[in-house]
Design a protein around this ligand. Structure first.
Ligand SMILES: *[C@@H]1O[C@H](CO)[C@@H](O)[C@H](O)[C@H]1NC(C)=O
Ligand SMILES: *[C@@H]1O[C@H](CO)[C@@H](O)[C@H](O)[C@H]1NC(C)=O
Ligand SMILES: *[C@@H]1O[C@H](CO)[C@@H](O)[C@H](O)[C@H]1NC(C)=O
Length: 389
């Protein structure tokens, strides 16, 4: 079968899947066989006890990027910055350097061998899709002779590396908790988690949610919020986030067998806009400020459009997003062993690594991340957490 056609099919299934609310109940399947370059011989990472999330970005054009994004067939057009004409390439060449040690180099062959027959599932919003596609590219780049199949349902996209029977799954959900259509309209249910049986089938679960909690106006995908028997039109979004995440945390404690399933939660992925009041209602104004109110202290700049270099050093002038307090509180209430992929600060330093206008839609995007780019480091940290914990 011709690779170009298969590649198109895969793009199509990703596109259909990502246009979310589309309900495509049929599963589709594509097979392809690609030969890409040489296998790199990678060393086994050593055990380390240092804090991998504390450090700085260093320019390393020899090692980074970890792959050529032009050879990766899994990148959606929102994240394919080089394809859509990004002229500056510095952002591709930065390596995350923890203060007390080196981050183990991502070893795709080891990853596939270690997780032979296993299922790795990302559960979350489009930031999880960023993370998911980066892992697919990383694995694709180190396995030269690749058989891959993909399958989609109404909520999942599964890509399986056949030679190892390793499945990488994206489960798309904006809030983790459910939204249901009812007579009164769409209801965000802060204490409903209906998909847990699908999640529990995974061997590794990487959760993420935040991006949608502050959204209002036409971008808000629900009409009411429900907690218990109480239904309200709206509520403080940070409080809602805390309630939804707490429901998830209680589920982890009561229902996940963490001896079989590893659970990770990705910290808040930061945006790089300067605060601009977009909505007039005090609630939306307030909640929007929570996300975007801190910036990198550069006079006259309102978004990431002209950024080509990371911030130097280890500290972000704007401090931590407030949502991270909620994540820290809720995660520390969980008794079972789970891991916080604490990517917030290191990602805040990368004001240069968003697509900005170099995406398939030419819209300014300072929320998601170019692939190749920062999500590759998230996956190196995921790999480190899985092999070192
Ligand atoms: C996450 O990492 C940052 C930067 O190293 C650190 O300041 C913060 O305390 C960490 N948070 C947790 C919960 O480990
Ligand atoms: C997705 O499909 C499953 C069965 O395949 C069904 O139970 C579920 O309700 C569907 N979800 C949505 C949001 O349509
Ligand atoms: C922001 O920049 C101003 C002027 O350059 C400086 O005085 C201030 O200390 C900076 N704030 C932070 C938090 O870095």
């Amino acid at each position: 079968m011709n690779f170009g056609v298969q590649r198109f099919c895969l793009f199509l299934s990703i596109a259909i899947f990502l246009s979310s609310s589309v309900l495509c109940l049929q599963a589709n399947s594509v097979n392809f066989h690609v030969n890409t370059g040489k296998v790199k011989n990678l060393r086994k990472p050593k055990k380390t006890t240092c804090n991998l999330y504390q450090g700085m970005w260093v320019y390393d054009p020899v090692t980074f990027p970890l792959y050529d994004s032009a050879t990766c067939p899994f990148i959606r057009k929102e994240y394919d910055c080089l394809k859509y004409g990004r002229p500056d390439h510095f952002y591709l060449h930065y390596k995350w350097k923890p203060t007390g040690c080196d981050l183990p180099r991502f070893n795709g062959r080891d990853f596939l061998a270690r997780f032979r027959g296993k299922k790795i599932m990302y559960v979350g919003d489009s930031v999880s899709v960023n993370h998911f596609e980066s892992l697919l590219c990383l694995l694709h780049s180190v396995v030269p002779d690749l058989r891959v199949t993909s399958k989609s349902t109404n909520t999942t996209l599964t890509v399986t590396f056949r030679d190892y029977e390793v499945s990488i799954v994206m489960f798309l959900t904006h809030y983790l908790v459910d939204i249901e259509e009812e007579k009164i309209g769409r209801v965000l249910k802060l204490d409903s988690l209906k998909s847990v049986d699908v999640w529990k089938q995974a061997d590794v679960l990487i959760f993420n949610t935040w991006l949608w909690w502050y959204r209002g106006g036409s971008k808000q995908p629900w009409d009411y919020v429900q907690e218990g028997d109480t239904i309200v039109k709206d509520m403080d979004r940070m409080a809602a986030f805390r309630k939804g995440l707490t429901k998830w945390a209680k589920w982890v404690d009561s229902d996940v067998d963490t001896t079989k399933t590893r659970v990770l939660f990705q910290g808040i992925s930061p945006s790089h806009y300067k605060f601009v009041p977009l909505h007039n209602s005090p609630l939306n104004h307030y909640t929007y400020a929570l996300l975007l109110g801190k910036d990198w202290n550069e006079t006259g700049v309102t978004n990431c459009g002209k950024e080509t270099k990371p911030l130097s050093g280890s500290l972000y002038p704007g401090g931590s997003p407030l949502a991270l307090n909620v994540v820290d509180d809720v995660l520390s209430s969980i008794k079972k062993p789970i891991h916080l992929l604490n990517i917030t600060t290191l990602s805040q330093l990368r004001k240069d690594a968003h697509p900005s206008s170099y995406n398939g839609f030419k819209a300014m995007d300072c929320t998601h991340w170019c692939i190749a780019g920062v999500p590759d480091t998230w996956n190196e940290l995921l790999y480190a957490a899985l092999i070192l914990d």
